[in-house]
Design a protein around this ligand. Structure first.
Ligand code: DGJ
Length: 738
């Protein structure tokens, strides 16, 4: 009988039923390699029975009523048994703080993106409060997205006190959590720690930049200390660009309890009669190929369904920021365009400092909001620059920070009511001592932000790229737009407003490339990327530290989304001197760009960059669309880090090797490769070569089997003229199947 139900669901799925009620006790949500099994009996709470490796219909059916199933509430609600953590906590219109939901139906539908959505409808047993738990899968992808809709059918206002996107019980054991933490110029450091009793929480309360400190993604290694290519691992990524909370509660029972959602602190949400609330999605994935398997699952899914234009190659660009900072003027911009074009680059991005009329933006303390060209700096305006770009055969991009203003700006003079501010308080100011955040909860501000982009793009349709920056947190809790009783909506309504605005922008301008930047890497989140083509990883371009930062970022994000630039030496943040070859070899493991004044580069350095750009063009599809295999972690402190990208057909690959420190007599491990086809034969070719003579294996062929068992022996230094020796060393190899 249960198996029949399961078959009915599978049949409905196969037919792409849209939407069809397929009410059944056993709900089986499958990806090609994983299964999430739920028990959805009418009149009972929804139970989760299993999440992991794909189950046969027979095993799935055997889980019900025992058989080693988890059998815990799939979306625990607060009130009855209030000592346990809950995903949803509600105060009903009559003040009752308990909720007790039971399943009323299960339906399946297909969405516009080809996703298959399973919705388990639940209702409070007494109150007309509906709670729908949704699960979405995409054919061929290993990620299950889950989210919840809460609808208030009560006579009065219901308050949501906690409203998590999802909950997942993970069997108690030697479970380790991998997560990322950081700060400005030191983003995405990796932490790996065992889950012990108590609560491990990762959270953000910045309001805008939610990936500077910790990230809203984790991996849970179920078989002890995390391993790269083996072991069972669950990945969880909360797709939300605002304040979040992700925690694991390990109590005295048999499970670690993972909860993830919007951070409810100071954000209780009121629903009037008839109103609904939809949580952001929590993306879950599972792999028995270790951390790497989970990363590849996230990357494939993300490129296909989350990242804007995830199937389009990204251009190689020069950004003006570290080259000239605010010293923008026409001849300098023209020179930079000429230089990047001569090096083979495809795009020039003019960063901060180009705007402001009454208040010119010469430093960081004015003009945000006054998005008019400073004609003293750029007498021929944007059109003049676009002409220049065209002349050089490259595209042109521009920096804006549309969610912000300064006390010193025409916008603020006209509309002081547009900023985030609490009544009876002095305005709290940020960057430059004057920066303020615009209140995106206000529809007029949403219109304003839309118009900033729309006007730019309508006036100058040739603009190819926008760097969208955001350099301040919410600095005081107050909306001048929201009513007194809805002030707690500020953080959430800000993001709802921003999303609406971004929807309008994308509907009007689908093709412009937009980078998400927020004081460096503050906006690396899957919840932001549906509108953005990439994110800025960090304002720290020090290649050595970038090896670590990009390593951590790669746990959840693909190379195509990671803007990675060659900058000057000494580095502007760490003051480290790193040869351009190493800087290029690191930058070309992400979306390659440059960020310096080419006029200050030696001809020799320019030649290395020219070569790197030419070589990157040959491997761009492998890096940007390939599968990542991390081989040797920099965090293992073995003196070397290494990774590779392999095409899905395993017929082409790029191998990266970076030496991280130098000591005489150093013995470095030889790095076996991964992800290749053991039975294919690959020809090896070094990219970005600066050595006087080729590597011993240049042009030779090896089987994938040999390369994956043995790797290749990397020399510890470059073989260059004596005076060109440095303490850095790195290699990039292309492996092409015959
Ligand atoms: C912060 C960004 O992270 C930088 O790359 C640069 O765009 C500056 N803002 C400009 O003010």
């Amino acid at each position: 009988m249960r198996q029949n139900n399961l078959l009915k669901i599978l049949a409905a799925l196969a037919l792409g039923a849209c939407p069809a009620s397929v009410f059944a006790e056993l709900v089986d949500i499958n990806t090609p390699g994983t299964s999430l099994i739920l028990d959805a009996r009418e009149g009972e709470p929804l139970k989760i029975l299993y999440y992991g490796d794909r189950l046969s219909a027979q095993d799935a059916a055997a889980l019900q009523d025992g058989g080693g199933a988890i059998n815990l509430n799939a979306y625990p609600v607060y009130g009855l048994q209030p000592m346990a953590e809950a995903a949803l906590s509600v105060t009903h219109a009559d003040g009752n703080r308990t909720t007790d939901v039971a399943v009323t139906g299960v339906s399946k539908s297909t969405d516009a993106d080809g996703g298959e959505v399973t919705t388990v409808a639940m209702k409070d047993r007494y109150y007309p409060l509906e709670v729908n738990v949704n699960y979405r899968t995409y054919p061929g992808d290993e990620v299950i997205e889950t989210w919840v809709d809460v609808k208030n059918g009560e006579k009065g206002t219901v308050t949501l006190n906690r409203f998590m996107s999802g909950y997942l019980p993970v069997r108690y054991g030697d479970v380790w959590m991998s997560s990322l933490y950081g700060t400005w110029a030191d983003e995405t450091n990796l932490t790996e720690e065992p889950l012990t009793h108590g609560v491990k929480m990762i959270k953000n309360k910045d309001g805008l930049r939610n990936s500077h400190t910790s990230h809203s993604e984790v991996m849970l290694s179920l078989d002890g200390k995390p391993r790269e290519n083996t072991g069972r691992v669950i990945g969880a990524a909360l797709c939300y660009p605002g304040n979040y909370k992700l925690f694991v509660d390990t109590d005295d029972g048999n499970y670690h309890h993972l909860f993830a959602g919007i951070n409810e602190e100071n954000s209780e949400y009121h629903l009037k009669k008839g109103e609904s609330f939809t949580t952001p999605e929590l993306a879950l994935t599972y792999s028995d190929e270790g951390l790497g398997g989970v990363s590849r699952n996230f990357h494939r899914w993300g490129r296909a369904h989350r990242l804007h234009a995830g199937d389009k190659e990204r251009k190689i660009l020069l950004n003006s920021w570290e080259g000239v900072y605010f010293d923008i003027n026409e001849p300098v911009m023209a020179g930079m365009m000429e230089d990047i074009a001569s090096m083979g680059g495809e795009l020039f991005v003019m960063d901060d400092g180009w705007f402001g009329d009454k208040y010119p933006r010469d430093v960081d303390n004015s003009s945000l909001g006054d998005w008019v060209v400073d004609t003293k700096k750029l007498p021929n305006g944007i059109n003049g620059l676009l002409e220049e770009a065209k002349k050089n055969g490259i595209k042109f991009g521009i920096w804006i920070e549309p969610e912000m203003t300064n006390t010193v700006s025409e916008l603020y003079e006209k509309h002081p009511e547009y900023i985030v501010k609490a009544p009876n308080r002095e305005v709290v100011k940020g960057r430059g001592g004057t920066q303020l955040v615009l209140d995106l909860a206000n529809p007029k501000v949403q219109d304003l932000v839309f118009e900033v982009v729309d006007t730019l793009m309508t006036k100058y349709p040739a603009i190819d790229y926008i760097k969208w920056d955001a350099n301040a947190p919410v600095m005081e809790h107050g909306s001048q737009y929201l009513t007194a009783d809805n002030q707690s909506h500020l953080y959430i309504d800000y993001h709802k407003g921003l999303e609406k605005t971004l929807d309008r922008i994308r509907a009007a301008h689908p093709d412009v490339t937009i980078q998400a930047c927020a004081s460096g890497g503050g906006r690396a989140n899957w919840g932001f990327l549906p509108w953005f083509d990439e994110f800025w990883v960090s304002d720290n371009n020090d290649a050595l530290q970038r090896v670590y930062m990009q390593w951590g970022t790669s746990y959840f994000y693909p190379a195509i989304a990671m803007a990675s630039h060659i900058s000057a030496s000494p580095n502007h943040q760490t003051f480290r001197r790193i040869p351009v070859k190493f800087r290029a070899d690191v930058a070309m493991s992400g979306r390659l760009g440059l960020e310096m004044q080419p006029r200050n580069m030696s001809d020799e350095d320019k030649a290395v960059c020219r070569q790197a750009i030419a070589d990157y063009k040959t491997i761009r599809p492998i890096v940007q669309f390939g599968d990542l295999y991390r081989l040797q972690s920099p965090y293992d402190k073995k003196g070397v880090a290494s990774l590779m990208y392999v095409t899905p057909a395993k017929d082409d690959a790029v191998f990266y090797w970076w030496k991280l420190d130098t000591f005489m007599g150093q013995q470095l491990p030889r790095i076996p490769m991964a992800g290749l086809d053991p039975d294919k034969t690959y020809r090896v070719h070094e990219l970005n070569r600066i050595d006087n003579e080729p590597l011993p294996f240049e042009g030779k062929t090896f089987t994938g089997r040999y390369l994956m068992s043995n790797g290749l022996e990397m020399p510890l230094t470059y073989k260059v003229d004596y005076n060109k020796n440095t303490d850095f060393s790195s290699r990039v190899l292309r492996l092409t199947a015959l």
